[in-house]
Each structure stands twice: as C-alpha cells, then as structure tokens.
Design a protein around this ligand. Structure first.
Ligand SMILES: Cc1ncc(COP(=O)(O)O)c(C=O)c1O
Length: 430
C-alpha cells in the first residue's frame, strides 16, 4: 500500500502526493470524478454535511474528489495547510482576497505584475468596493508607507510577469507582519519547484495552474494555498473568519476549523457563492502535469538562461531582463530566492521598438505567438500589443511592458533549435 513519508523529497511528492491508488477499483491513475452531485446516506447525513459538521462531498461547485486531490498535491508541494482550486488564476486572486476584503477596504499591490492582474485589481475590484493601492515592487518602503487601518492584505508576484524581476520577499514579509495583514504571493512563474514563499513567511500563495503546473497549455485553472499560520481567531479585521456565521448556525470559522479556517471558508462560502470552481477534467490534467514538474522546470530554466545569454550578445537586442544573467540588477536576489533557476519567462528589448517587436513575432518559425506561458512549447509575445494593451502607456512601462519589449516563455525543446530560430528572426529585422 502506498505510504508517503513526511521526509520524502520534492520529486517524490510531486508524483505521489494527493493521488493514491483508487481504493474501490485499484486504478493507479487518479480517477476523474465527473459528477455534479453526491448521494446523501440519509437526511441526517445531508444535514451534517450542510452544517459543516462532517467532511464529505455535497455538490461539485464546493468540492469534488479529483479537484481535492489536486488541492492536496499542491498544498503539500507548497508546504501549506490547505488549498482551494479555482477555474482560473484570476479566479484564484479573487478567492484569495474574498475572505479578507469588504467594501472600502484596501489591498496593497506591487506594480510589477501580470497585466491582467493590474486590470482586475485596478479596475474591476472597484465594482466590489475594494481598493487596490499600487506601490513600487522594487521599493519595500513604498509598501510600508501605503499601510493604513483599512489595509487587509498585501499582494505581490515573487518572480514578476513579464519576467526577470525578483521581489525582495523577506522585506515584504516583515512589512506584512508588522502591519498584521496577510501577504499573498503569486508564485505562478516560479512554481513550488523553484520557490516556496510560505517557507519565507508569506501567508497565502496563489497560482495560475494554467501555466507550468499543468505544463502543456491544455487546462485553465488556479489555486489558493493557505499556510494555516495567520492568526484569524478573535481578529476583528477579518470578521468573515472571526465572527459568528449566521448561515452556518453561528459557527466561527477560526474557532471551529483552526488552521483550516481560511480554506474551509473558501470552499463553504467563496466557491459556493462565486462559483468559480475548477472542473474535474482540468484538475485531472493538472494532477498529471505536476508529476513531471521538476523535470520540466530544470529544462525550462536551462533553456531559458541559454537563450537569454545568446540574446544579450545579439546586435539587434537592446537589453535582456533575466534574473539569471550576471548583468541583471536582480541577479543577487535571484540567487537568494531561486537557487535552482529563475524560470523560463523573460523579456528583452528589441532595437526598433514597437514595429520591430511585431515583425519579430511574424518571423519566428518554432516559437508560437501565444498569450500564454509555461507551456512545453516555446512561446513569444509582444505584451504592449496584447496582454498589456488595455493599460495606459505609463502602466505598460511601469509593469515592464513598454513598446520594445518582447516576452519569451522558453519551452523544453532542443535549445540549439530555439537559438537558431530567434537568431534568424532577429537578423530578418534589418
Ligand atoms: C503571474 C500570473 N498570475 C495570474 C495569471 C492569470 O491566470 P489565468 O490566465 O489562469 O486566469 C497569469 C496569466 O498569465 C499570470 O501570468
């Protein structure tokens, strides 16, 4: 019988955690529980499930066995207490904040982020009455100065999209601890193979599982993972977790569920009401993807660095932003937080600006022009004409997506083929 020892290494846990053989059939690959609902034993059983008095499944909007297997696997790999899988990475950002925020409350947000997240937090959050205060990723002091009595969380990407930017996590942890608010880290670009923010003292991790975790660009999804360490009990800033819940007979989540309070709330309230649940099929694809995460990440990192080194010497390239390059201002921080590599997403500035960026995309043959990252295939993108196009010019530049910027997500193909392709496309610019 499969028995997982707590001291097993990352690669073993990536394969085995959360996905034991199916006890009823012996199926070795975790089954896809493609069902909307679950039969109650009797009326008492149904009542105890609805009252959150016993564990189990009611309806797949709240929880599903295949999705739960993914939650367990990723919580294990991140060193967290519990997970809530969501329909997308964006949904994970909303679900991460839902138990913490209320109209009029503020979240401090780093300005070097995926463009979609800047839009979501800067614009759509206003419709919920949530206020995002953007601060300078590279200046921890700007986080400190933004703290008010309305601050309910701090949100950063530790390795920021569009690439090559490393946040000084330890400094931001200190500020969050001092302010008594949770630090939420988007760990999408690093994955738990390269970095485990909870170990550095962050409280909550979010992922777009659409990227390196599923690994093949075939399943949209997200996840929120809680460390279980934040003191919600009796904490008046967070009434959802510290006050009696009328809909659950006066139950106080932090009192009843202890270090699982945040995760239980997210299943029992956030997913129940917002409905942005991950589908069993996508959870299953991602479960299988994560099994090969360590192998893929090693190749992603070595290919990415080799390409960055090549581009740095190319006559048609102005600059390269990859934290693994000695020339990078983030080289030292990269070595500290990502000793096994700084991923495969990075950006560079092509000579000739916007027009050259567009021409480059149209000249590559092996790279796919795609608004995604973390695929086995190498991908190329011109952020200012695509993912960051809805931002103002200033926001584009502030988030590292100016007109000359080209972003690569380097895949796991033969690196010499990738270099040859980008070389011919760059040489084609003149
Ligand atoms: C760092 C990061 N976070 C979140 C997201 C949003 O994820 P999704 O597209 O799965 O909603 C993305 C998407 O590119 C991303 O790069």
């Amino acid at each position: 019988m499969l028995k997982l020892h707590p001291n097993y290494g990352f690669n073993t846990l990536a394969v085995h955690s959360g996905s034991a053989p199916d006890p009823s059939t012996g199926a070795r690959t975790f089954p896809i529980y493609q069902t909307a609902a679950y039969v109650f034993d009797d009326a008492d059983h149904a009542a105890s499930l609805y009252n959150l008095q016993s564990p189990g499944f009611i309806y797949s909007r709240l929880a599903n066995p295949t999705v739960a297997a993914l939650e367990e696997k990723l919580a294990t790999l991140e060193g967290g207490r519990g997970g809530t899988a969501t329909s997308s990475g964006h949904a994970a950002e909303i679900i991460a904040l839902f138990p913490l925020m209320a109209p009029g409350m503020e979240v401090i947000v780093a300005d070097k982020l995926y463009g979609g997240t800047i839009n979501l937090m800067g614009k759509s959050f206003q419709k919920f009455g949530w206020k995002a205060i953007f601060v300078d990723t590279e200046d921890p002091e700007s986080f400190q100065s933004a703290i008010t009595d309305k601050t309910r969380a701090i949100f950063i990407e530790n390795l920021a999209n569009p690439g090559g930017i490393v946040t000084d996590l330890e400094e931001i942890v200190k500020i969050a601890n001092g302010a008594g608010v949770p630090l939420i880290v988007d760990n999408t670009l690093a994955t738990p193979f390269l970095s485990q923010p909870l170990e550095w003292g962050a409280d909550i991790v979010v992922h777009s599982t659409t990227k390196y975790l599923s690994g093949q660009g075939n399943a949209l999804g997200g996840i929120v993972i809680d460390s279980g360490n934040f003191p919600w009990l009796g904490n008046q800033k967070y009434p959802s977790l510290s006050s009696p819940s009328a809909e659950y007979n006066g139950l106080i989540f932090s009192e009843t569920f202890g270090d699982l309070a945040y995760t239980m709330y997210n299943h029992a309230v956030s997913l129940r009401d917002l409905g942005c649940t991950q589908s069993p099929m996508n959870a299953w694809l991602t479960l299988n993807g994560v099994e090969t995460l360590p192998l893929r990440m090693e190749r992603h990192c070595s290919n990415g660095l080799a390409l960055a080194e090549f581009l740095e010497k190319h006559q048609n390239v102005e600059w390269v932003s990859h934290a693994g390059l000695k020339s990078s201002p983030y080289f030292k921080l990269g070595k500290k937080y990502f000793p096994n590599g700084t991923g495969s997403l990075f950006s560079f500035g092509v000579k000739g600006g916007y027009e050259s960026g567009i021409k480059l995309l149209e000249s590559v043959e092996l790279f796919s022009h795609v608004a995604n990252l973390g695929d086995t295939r190498s991908l190329i993108l011109h952020p200012s004409s695509t993912t960051h196009r809805q931002l103002t010019k200033d926001q584009q530049i502030a988030s590292g997506a100016g007109p000359e910027v080209v972003r690569l997500s380097v895949g796991i193909e033969c690196v010499e083929d990738l270099i040859a392709d980008i070389d011919q496309a760059l040489n084609n610019l003149r």
